[in-house]
Write a protein that binds this ligand. Structure first.
Ligand SMILES: C[S@@+](CC[C@H](N)C(=O)[O-])C[C@H]1O[C@@H](n2cnc3c(N)ncnc32)[C@H](O)[C@@H]1O
Length: 277
């Protein structure tokens, strides 16, 4: 099991975590939505879109704001879906949410004009099954859009830290994670017969204030990550001690600074052939 799979299996995804990390790291959202609209080739036509692994519905709400788009969101986690319903209601967005599994979608073939998934496929060692299922429920000529991280490229730069510590932070963010969406997703999409594959990189992160997360929360979250790494054996005790010391040095920094931190997120979009796939 990798860290990515472990995180989901153990319910790491709280409403607060999903909502705050998306809101802090994806903006500018108006530009992000414009890119989604371009990839989905939205026209005047009404579009029924299925968003898989929607969690609290952060991405589903972005899709629902695009003109002419009606959204259904599915997820395996009933608590996250309850939060998703409430958040969509508060924002006045008529999104329909259902409890279901991306590997066995409860919809007939060719039900939707577009099918999306966001930060979900990384947990599947073989992405053919979920992408195949997304393709099954998509209409011929419709779009499949997957948004996933590329763990080979991370950036971390805090001007108050030494170059070695900044480097260590980059390594920490890649720890136990191997998925490279930029290469793997187009490859699987081609294998399931999707056409016209487009890839748009987006920096998930950017320049932000170091003071956003309180020191105690910061240390608790980072140290919990180390415990998971030790449990999974992706990290030795010596490495864990080095990271623990790094977190202490980072937490001890005085004042606020602008820190550049992020990971490449790839928006990979393919089209289901008009002939049968
Ligand atoms: C990293 S979270 C992403 C949530 C949301 N897409 C976002 O980015 O804010 C992964 C989500 O996938 C859901 N999930 C995991 N396995 C799933 C499956 N087999 N079918 C549907 N959802 C699944 C989890 O419950 C969780 O909400």
């Amino acid at each position: 099991m990798t860290l990515d799979q472990y995180s989901t299996a153990h319910g790491k995804y709280t409403v607060e975590h999903l909502e705050s990390t998306r809101a802090a790291k994806l903006p500018p959202l108006n530009v992000f939505r414009a890119v989604l609209g371009e990839l989905l080739e939205l026209t005047e036509k009404h579009v029924d879109l299925l968003d898989c692994g929607c969690g609290t519905g952060f991405f589903a709400r972005q899709y629902a704001r695009l003109p002419g788009v009606s959204v259904t969101g599915i997820d395996l986690d009933a608590l996250l879906l309850n939060a998703a319903r409430e958040l969509a209601r508060q924002e006045g967005l008529p999104i329909h949410f259902e409890l279901s599994d991306i590997t066995a979608l409860p919809f007939p073939d060719e039900s939707f004009d577009a099918v999306t998934s966001d930060i979900l496929l990384e947990i599947f060692p073989d992405k053919t099954l979920p992408i195949g299922e997304m393709t099954r429920v998509c209409k011929p000529g419709g779009r499949i859009l997957c948004i996933e991280p590329n763990y080979q490229s991370t950036v971390y730069y805090d001007p108050r830290l030494s170059p070695e510590d900044n480097q260590l932070w980059c390594e920490y963010h890649r720890l136990g994670r191997a998925f490279g969406a930029g290469v793997e997703l187009p490859d699987v999409m081609r294998r399931v017969g999707l056409e016209d594959i487009q890839l748009v990189p987006w920096l998930w992160g950017g320049l932000g204030s170091s003071g956003v997360v309180p020191t105690e929360t910061f240390l608790r979250e980072q140290n919990a990550g180390l415990e998971r790494g030790l449990e999974l054996g992706v990290l030795s005790q010596k490495e864990a001690d080095a990271y623990r010391a790094l977190f202490r040095r980072t937490a001890a920094l005085r004042g606020e600074a602008l820190v550049l931190s992020g990971i490449d997120l790839y928006l990979v979009c393919g089209r289901k052939s008009k002939a049968s796939v």
